[in-house]
Design a binder for this molecule. Sequence first.
Ligand code: PEP
Ligand code: MG
Length: 596
Amino acid sequence: MSLKDKQIDSTHAKEIRLRGLVASPGIAIGRCFKHDNAPHTITKQQIEADQVDTEINRLQNAIASARKELEQIHDEADSSVGNQLAKIFEAQLLILDDKAFFEAVCNDIAKFKLNAEYVYNRHLQRTLTSLRKSQDSYLKEMANDINATAAKVFGYLIGHHVNKLSNNDGKIALAEDFSPGEVVLMGKYHIPGFATSMGGQTSHMTLIAKSLSIPGVVGVSKLLEKIPDNATTIIDGENGWVIVNPEKATLEEYKEEQKRRRTVIAKQLRGIGKIPSTTSDGREIAVMANLEIPTDVDEILASNKVGVGLYRTEFFYLTRMKFPTEDEQAKIYANIARTFFPNPVTLRVYDLGSDKVVGDYRDSEDVNPALGWRGIRLDLDMPDIFKTQIRAILRASTNKNVKIMLPMVSTAMELVKAKRILHSAMKELHAEGIPFDENIDIGIMIEVPSAALMANELARHVCFFSIGTNDLVQYTLAADRGNKKVAGLYRELHPAVLKLIKMTIDAGKTHNVPVTLCGEMASRIEAIPLLVGLGLDGFSVVPPRVARVKKLIAELDYSECRVLAERIMKLATTEKVEAVLNNWIEAHVSKEFVED
Ligand code: PEP
Ligand code: MG
């Protein structure tokens, strides 16, 4: 029996199985700890007039200590996960430097003769209340950052400052939520896995966890109430379970499973360059990687002939909350292009907005951010920033292995406008005598139903399509990708989604435009034969999934997959689609994949 199908044995009170959503694949086993990012208890104390200076000094010292700690975290992150992600902490340091805020607190300490932590907290809560009420994910994320930074200041003021992440080296981390910065530190502190009660499957925190290969489960109800500190815990990041106090048999089973999987990505990938990129009957299908930041895995992927199907360049903004300059970007992109040469690198231009916070560029009136100012809409409305990025990408394209991809295209006009900017950037570079790939491929993400429905028209203007199911599913089924209350409606195998995927692939065939798929669906075992049968040309998946997807495709027979796809496309419900696909997988591929 596979772990996925294992029945919950309710007769054993000690073993608790909590259901969550898969955030980052893999299995972690260990003692757990609750990462305490809960606020400190702040008391109100009246002080004497002659104590005002002492209070202000205390506050100053606490801020200085918090600053020192953050600087250390920044340096550690810089050496372990790289300069880009370390920028997160620079943003937190800026919060400590807010002079106006500091002065307002000092004035109130003097005016009301109250203790520093109380006044600091009162000002803090005022700022946070309005941020937290907002629907805007940028403001919410900003509130998290301010809160995390202030918690350090309170820790020093109150005198029981503990950095629980570093003190719990090697243990599984549980919390209501983690910031992307905390996930970065998990790598540093050898945290083997994590679970949260909040958080969507496609949040930035989970994207970074995937990049760093830290298994995680999110959206686990009552997580912190149900799990005692230090309990043996299993994070099943493959099937979305958090198992506490596992019975001996469960533990053994997972240990076995973990042993089987523990072969790190490097090992998984070793030799996959030798596996043909074809089905067993010879249809060529590319398997590429989705990346967000440069990591050690890049070299391994590249040397195993793995290209990049989706590079989320917005992370170069998100990790520093400001846009890198043209020179900085040109350097970053050129390094990526060089590392992966001769394999292709698909650089997606900034896909900001909605769940990807946009700093000063957010639209405060955007009450429905997923349908608002995001992706290509935002790029086109910020032509200077957009052209700077395009120029940087072009400058990195001299080896001719770079492609440009546009996110969230919903009308042909956006594509036309983006191409105008591309051509203007090309003209400028020409005039400046800067070399670039004159025939650089430009393609679009198909992640809005209108784009899939108009794929025949859009195909005339592009060199490739990449289907972004993470968004396509949410827009087709009107089910927010990050909202766990509607997670049951978010179904990649819904016939409506499949119809749009088929439409896109068919349009690609008609116009000789290759079609790949880079949403999370590309690594779902049961979806792969169907997508192959529909005629998909390539898959782009997170690095830990590359080897598995490539191996599965090498086992498939394209003609059999086509018959399967024909059958599936006649089905009317997700349940029927899933049942047929699961049965097909059991009957047609190695046990290794069936049990996944
Ligand atoms: C997608 O929408 O499927 C996709 C790959 O883009 P992102 O997850 O970055 O929105
Ligand atoms: Mg998307």
